[in-house]
Design a protein around this ligand. Structure first.
Ligand code: URA
Length: 433
């Protein structure tokens, strides 16, 4: 097989055969495919698509590029995955909540992708945390704690690990085929019984319109169910950041507030995390009212917070994260308000531009070798429909230095439209079964 011939087929709008895509996936994992070839393949797929058959073949090839886990645990093995957004840190809440509800969540996650934040980058904002664990350690933490949020190991979906990093820096994220293969290769390799997908839709998502989100949700749900994993999707609003906070350490801090039961710190983040947890329990056959009660108790009793802290300690982080998160999380040296240039209502928020502002602050990568500054970001962000008076803060900026703070402040002002009226749409737009 020859990577060039496979790339050329996609470039000519032809679908490579199942064997060719399987070979390509293995080549990503073992290095037979070079970075340049992987980038060219990704761009060809973004531009021309792969066809449904090719998408399923690539997904299965990437899943099988490493081990596929099997579990023998005293409860269901379940998970959720988001297609990527800004201020979306649901995973850090959902995994420990579900662990506290007697289910098991081996969550293989990703880093920042394009303008979106990554769960692994957020976790690594906690000093000492190491998400590069062996498969044996992933199994042990999942069994002991009930949840383990880790990176794709060398053995689980290694093809995605490589292609994901290349897509992040080659403007090749927005593709139903590549997103499906990326998400499902990891999730199917994790040996899940049920999966819920949070398909983001709006200015801060890869899918900007409900129609695009529906197409992606359908592709994901069909491919995952076809591969034997009970899967549903929720299409959810991303026309503003999910939490009023964007960045790595600052998103961990907001999750700690939610796990401590402080819903007002991030009401939309709280509501969506809650709804996804409940739906996953319902997918396991549990009655909805009972599921709502279990999720409420997991948070109110402190059990979910305890699981989170236990997982962090198991990953090498501080043992007292539940009590002392403020002292452990890194803080940026330059902190200041970005003020509203005029009075009015927040009419539109360009989530992608905000995400890129955080990348510009150093909170994400422009090239693969960039190191992420965990301390930078935006907090106390205004929401759609909020009334502001000229000079009021639109958000608080956390930066490494004055120059990057000024550039980010300009980007934030440009990303927020103040007009005569603004309104927030529903958080959960629809469910796809
Ligand atoms: N999340 C992933 O894991 N992969 C994508 O391509 C997009 C979101």
């Amino acid at each position: 097989m020859d990577a060039r011939a496979i790339i050329a087929k996609v470039r000519r709008h032809q679908t490579p055969s199942r064997e060719e895509l399987t070979w390509f996936a293995n080549g990503l994992a073992d290095g037979d495919v070079s970075d340049a070839q992987a980038g060219a393949f990704a761009m060809a797929v973004v531009l021309n698509g792969l066809s449904e058959e090719g998408r399923v073949a690539l997904t299965q090839g990437m899943r099988d590029s490493g081990d596929v886990l099997q579990w023998d645990l005293p409860g269901p093995v379940i998970d959720k995955h988001s297609t990527g957004g800004v201020g979306d840190c649901v995973s850090l809440i959902l995994a420990p909540v579900l662990a506290a509800c007697d289910t098991y969540v081996p969550m293989i996650s990703g880093r920042g992708l394009g303008h979106t934040g990554g769960t692994l980058d957020k976790l690594e904002a906690i000093p000492g945390v190491n998400i590069n664990v062996t498969e044996a350690r992933l199994r042990q933490i999942t069994r002991d704690v009930g949840c383990a949020i880790v990176g794709a190991t060398g053995k689980i979906a290694p093809a995605d690990k490589r292609l994901y990093a290349i897509r992040d820096v080659t403007a090749t994220v927005e593709s139903v085929d590549l997103i499906t293969a990326s998400i499902l290769s990891k999730k199917l390799a994790a040996g899940l019984e049920s999966l819920i997908l949070d398909v983001k839709c709006g200015s801060g998502a890869f899918m900007k319109t409900p129609d695009e989100a529906r197409t992606l949700a359908r592709a994901l749900v069909d491919a995952a169910n076809g591969a034997g994993c009970k899967t549903e999707a929720m299409i959810t609003d991303m026309n503003e950041p999910l939490a009023p906070t964007l960045g790595n350490a600052v998103e961990v801090a907001i999750c700690m507030e939610v796990l401590a039961g402080n819903k007002t710190a991030a009401p939309r983040l709280y509501d969506l995390s809650f709804a996804l947890c409940v739906r996953l329990l319902v997918m396991q056959g549990e009655n909805e009212d009972k599921s709502i009660g279990r999720v409420s108790r997991a948070i109110a009793s402190g059990a979910a917070m305890e699981r989170f802290a236990w997982m962090i300690a198991a990953l090498g982080g501080p043992p007292d994260m539940a009590q002392d998160w403020h002292t452990h999380l890194p803080k940026a040296p330059v902190v200041g308000a970005v003020t509203a240039p005029e009075s009015g209502q927040v009419a539109a928020i360009d989530g992608e531009a905000l995400g890129l502002a955080v990348v510009g602050l150093g909170g994400g990568r422009r090239v693969e070798t960039d190191t992420v500054d965990p301390s930078v970001g935006l907090t106390e962000m205004v929401g759609l429909g909020d009334q502001v008076t000229r000079g009021d803060p639109l958000c608080i900026l956390h930066a490494a230095d004055e120059d990057s703070a000024e550039a980010a402040a300009q980007a934030v002002r440009a990303a927020i439209t103040i007009g005569e009226s603004g309104a927030r749409g529903p958080l959960i737009i629809e469910r796809v079964e």
